[in-house]
Design a protein. Structure first.
Length: 591
């Protein structure tokens, strides 16, 4: 007994000591993070900004306190951080150039990659240099890096340039194995999002629109690379058809896709040569994190233009809190927009949208809030990778709309998708149902059976009213006739450059153009910008740690499932979704 007590007390003491040590380490880590947030890096003369293209690009990245505490790395980089860093590098006279180091990089959309490329082109107009290096260029990193003055590759490296392909996923037969069917009510022959669950191949209208927007995106990429590398588009297409990824690296020189083959140590010497730095001296480098902490080089003054970021699925409310995936929660966004309207210091608002839509009801609520905001101050929409279906709906009342040439937009259509579990419950599991009711439709929506023909007729009429409302909202916002909107609607997805031709957007450009337009509409000659909503503080993230476990598992699933994650998540959260959806095909997988 004495030995038992001895070992038990020793164990308890050990637990207390370890807990205390972990608490101390946590406090030290928090103090370190706070100190690092307050510390501003100094820029030395003759510096270079090292832009590491690795990880996953999303609209707006947030610092993850839990990852910092546990020593992990945040795999995400924000488009806003990257473009702002390039702009700061252009404006800082001590920074002489940009060195792009391409790695395993994934962009949320071609439009986001194009936004980085455009910012790099703007940087070059200052007369400063850009060089790029990689052991392996993926197609998207090469598209970005081709803007550089000189493109370098490892002597045994690889360069991928193969064109674009879309491969939608279809789960109808998989669900059928479990006795589950999807009952569909929709408006719009191009409205293809439900096909994932209701078909086993693409419909012909969907095939036509997919071919149009991947063909248009590829055409833009070809034109941009051809201009930078001084190569004909036809030649670049020939390279794509010849599977150049498997070519000998020396062939890339003859193809004029790269300028020189170098090892990484030789690349350092090349950067030193550009800086005029001796071989024995170190390179003054600034990382993306350093650039984020640098103050603005130009003193901004005057009135304020707000940039409000709305990205992710459109939902009625966000049940996951801070640790959940980014979303556009109508209840929170409407309150934020109301506060922007009431803030007299804010003279105009840019609504930055990157969303494929979601809940039609939530989109209508946000549309209403934006309309009220527009009554008090100018509103300009800046579309990112996509602003389609519900993502288009919520901003269509704006004074002016900008899209990138490869932004996916439009998709004006609505559908309702209702799972029929009766096959699973009755045939697979042997569950039987009986029924007593007082009225004709008392059992409407029961799991015991699918909808009958009369019920589906009511549902189709309900969906049709929602579609007509959507069309009228667009017609009012775009100052068009409802019939003209209907002719370009029907759920069809448009590239930004094509949406301009059919009047769904007013101009092609990114956030800088949208911000300048908002200031112009507000009559401002001098202005500053402020981003909303403000990122959660480290304390807010710590307090939200209770939901972090679920978010961690979600991130692991996302990494494991890849292109299959979106439809899996939709099925998993089916009971949380508003039944009526204004949504594009999840996130089209473009290879």
């Amino acid at each position: 007994m004495k030995e038992f007590l001895k070992y038990t007390l020793a164990t308890i003491t050990g637990i207390i000591v370890v807990s205390a040590a972990m608490t101390v380490i946590g406090i030290i880590s928090l103090v370190g993070m706070i100190a690092s947030e307050q510390a501003k890096p100094s820029v030395k003369d003759n510096s270079v900004f090292v832009l590491s293209l690795s990880g996953l690009l999303e609209e707006r990245a947030q610092d993850n306190v839990m990852s910092q505490l546990t020593g992990g790395e945040n795999p995400y980089m924000g488009l806003d951080d990257v473009t702002n860093a390039i702009r700061k590098a252009k404006e800082n006279n001590k920074i002489k150039g940009i060195y792009i180091e391409a790695g395993m990089f994934g962009s949320d959309s071609p439009a986001s990659a194009q936004a980085i490329r455009k910012q790099l082109e703007d940087f070059k107009e200052s007369g400063k240099w850009i060089v790029a290096y990689a052991d392996t260029y993926t197609q998207m990193t090469y598209y970005i890096c081709s803007v550089a003055d000189r493109v370098y590759l490892n002597p045994h490296g690889m360069l991928d340039w193969h064109g674009l392909a879309a491969q939608p996923v279809f789960l109808k037969d998989l669900l059928g194995k479990f006795g589950v069917k999807m009952q569909l009510a929709k408006v719009g022959k191009y409205k293809s999002a439900p096909e994932t669950f209701t078909a086993d191949k693409m419909s012909e209208p969907n095939r036509q629109q997919v071919a149009a927007y991947i063909g248009g995106t590829w055409d833009v990429m070809l034109a941009d690379v051809a201009r930078s590398r001084k190569l004909p588009k036809a030649t670049l297409n020939q390279y794509a058809d010849s599977l150049v990824a498997l070519a000998d690296p020396t062939a890339y020189l003859n193809m004029k896709l790269v300028d020189k083959l170098l090892y990484s140590d030789e690349m350092r010497s090349e950067v030193k040569r550009l800086l005029g730095t001796g071989e024995g001296r170190s390179i003054n480098q600034l990382t993306l994190d350093d650039m984020k902490l640098l103050p603005e080089t130009k003193k901004t003054k005057g009135e304020k233009v707000a940039v409000y970021y709305a990205y992710g699925d459109v939902v009625d409310t966000n049940p996951g809190g801070l640790s959940s995936s980014p979303c556009i929660a109508a209840d929170a966004v409407c309150k934020d927009i109301e506060r922007l309207a009431d803030d007299d210091d804010i003279k105009a608002v840019v609504l930055r949208v990157n969303s494929g839509g979601g809940s039609a009801y939530a989109s209508e609520q946000i549309w209403h809030a934006v309309s009220r905001l527009k009554e008090r101050k100018p509103v300009v929409v800046s579309m990112g990778g996509m602003a389609a279906s519900g993502g288009y709906y919520l901003g269509c009342a704006a004074n002016y709309i900008y899209a990138e040439p490869t932004t996916l937009t439009g998709s004006i259509g609505i559908f309702g998708m209702f799972p029929d579990f009766s096959g699973l419950l009755t045939d697979k599991l042997g569950i039987k149902f009986d029924e007593v009711k007082t009225n004709r439709h008392s059992a409407f929506g029961t799991q015991a059976r699918p909808f009958n023909a009369e019920e589906m007729a009511y549902l189709n009429a309900y969906i049709d009213r929602g579609y007509r409302l959507f069309v009228n909202r667009v017609a009012d916002g775009r100052r068009m006739k409802a019939a003209d909107v209907d002719s370009i609607a029907q759920g069809r997805v448009w590239l930004g450059r094509d949406a301009l031709k059919v009047r769904l957007v007013d101009g092609l450009g990114g956030l800088p153009e949208a911000t300048a337009k908002a200031a112009e509409l507000a009559g401002l000659t001098e202005y500053s910008t402020a981003s909303y909503p403000t990122p959660p503080s480290w304390m807010d993230q710590i307090l939200a740690v209770s939901t972090a476990k679920d978010n961690y598992l979600d991130e692991q699933l996302k990494a494991a499932l890849g292109e299959y994650y979106a439809p899996f998540k939709f099925v998993k959260n089916l009971n949380r979704h508003n039944a009526i959806q204004a949504r594009v095909p999840f996130r089209l997988v473009i290879k």
